[in-house]
Design a protein around this ligand. Structure first.
Ligand SMILES: C[S@@+](CC[C@H](N)C(=O)[O-])C[C@H]1O[C@@H](n2cnc3c(N)ncnc32)[C@H](O)[C@@H]1O
Length: 288
């Protein structure tokens, strides 16, 4: 895989979740392994469990982390099942955990329907073992359900117009590709600046297909339960729906103390180098 995913807030994550006595780190979204690689390089005594539900991502991680040999164990699975996944490997606690939410550059570039440029089947599944694809959501959900997904998961002000345009378009023929969907949205929403008009619609459908918010809620609870005393949890989110879940889960958990009263965000220099980092927010908490 030639495309490289640039990890966001790399130094900030490392400095905030790794302590002097950290021995076992879980990377719940190992992806291109940018964070994991950096931490393993910098902290020679740390061992890593890397999790990802995407087999392509896990292959990238496997290659990138191969030099660390037995310090690394990779597991394919959904972090919503964190407890079962780890206990299945004989792990009952860990000292630090990182969640870097969303998808990575090579998934977007992988012609799997995540990009509006993809003139291919609108798949959008991170885990191809799951049944529902983007095609199913766009072609079979009724108007009301489509509207609420685009409005609530995309935080899209033009949700009504867009849902209507989708329903009208699919009466003529099925909407097969992400490129077609992008085009349908562009007809009813004007472009502002550099952002594609269908960005929020795509976010919404991806969240629905991959059940991203449910996964996050369950994954965080599992992580908090399994985190060792004094251990740190760090979550990088990329939109307000995710960030709200992280913030409230941390605040409401009686067994956590929040380390980041305000989220850590990338500086101007990082955003200039990696525009994908622009909406990233890192929140960190410690287990009491
Ligand atoms: C932003 S990328 C992580 C990038 C990684 N930190 C790096 O530095 O390369 C997010 C990864 O999380 C994975 N992912 C998203 N939701 C997941 C879930 N519920 N369970 C497991 N993996 C998930 C995606 O497949 C993707 O590979």
């Amino acid at each position: 895989m030639d495309v490289i995913h640039t990890p966001v807030l790399l130094e900030e994550v490392t400095a905030n979740i790794i302590k002097d006595d950290t021995e076992l780190l879980v990377d719940a979204t190992v992806g291109g392994a940018g964070h994991s690689y950096h931490i393993l390089e910098k902290h020679r005594d740390i061992r890593l469990i890397g999790i990802d539900m995407d087999e392509v991502a896990l292959e990238v991680a496997r290659e990138k982390l191969s030099g660390f040999k037995e310090r690394v164990r990779l597991i394919r699975g959904n972090f919503k099942d964190l407890k079962g996944l780890l206990q299945g490997h004989g792990i009952y606690g860990f000292d630090a955990i990182i969640f870097d939410l969303g998808i990575s550059t090579f998934q977007i570039m992988g012609r799997r329907g995540f990009s509006f440029h993809d003139d291919v089947f609108m798949d959008m599944r991170m885990d191809i073992r799951e049944k529902t694809t983007g095609y199913d959501v766009v072609n079979f959900y009724d108007f009301k359900r489509l509207l609420s997904i685009i409005r609530d998961y995309g935080e899209e002000r033009k949700a009504h117009k867009i849902a209507k345009a989708i329903v009208e378009a699919r009466k003529i023929k099925p909407i097969n590709t992400s490129y077609e969907l992008g085009h349908i949205v562009s007809r009813v929403k004007r472009k502002t600046g550099k952002i594609h008009p269908a960005t929020k619609t795509f976010q919404a459908i991806r969240i629905e297909v991959n059940r991203e918010l449910e996964n996050l809620r369950e994954g965080l609870l599992g992580a908090i339960e399994m985190l060792n005393k004094g251990g740190r949890i760090g979550v990088i989110s990329f939109h307000s729906l995710e960030d709200r879940i992280v913030k409230n889960t941390f605040k409401d958990s009686p067994s956590l103390v929040v380390i980041t009263k305000k989220p850590i965000t990338p500086g101007r220099e990082e955003i200039a180098r990696n525009p994908n980092a622009r909406s990233a927010k890192l929140r960190v908490a410690e287990k009491l």
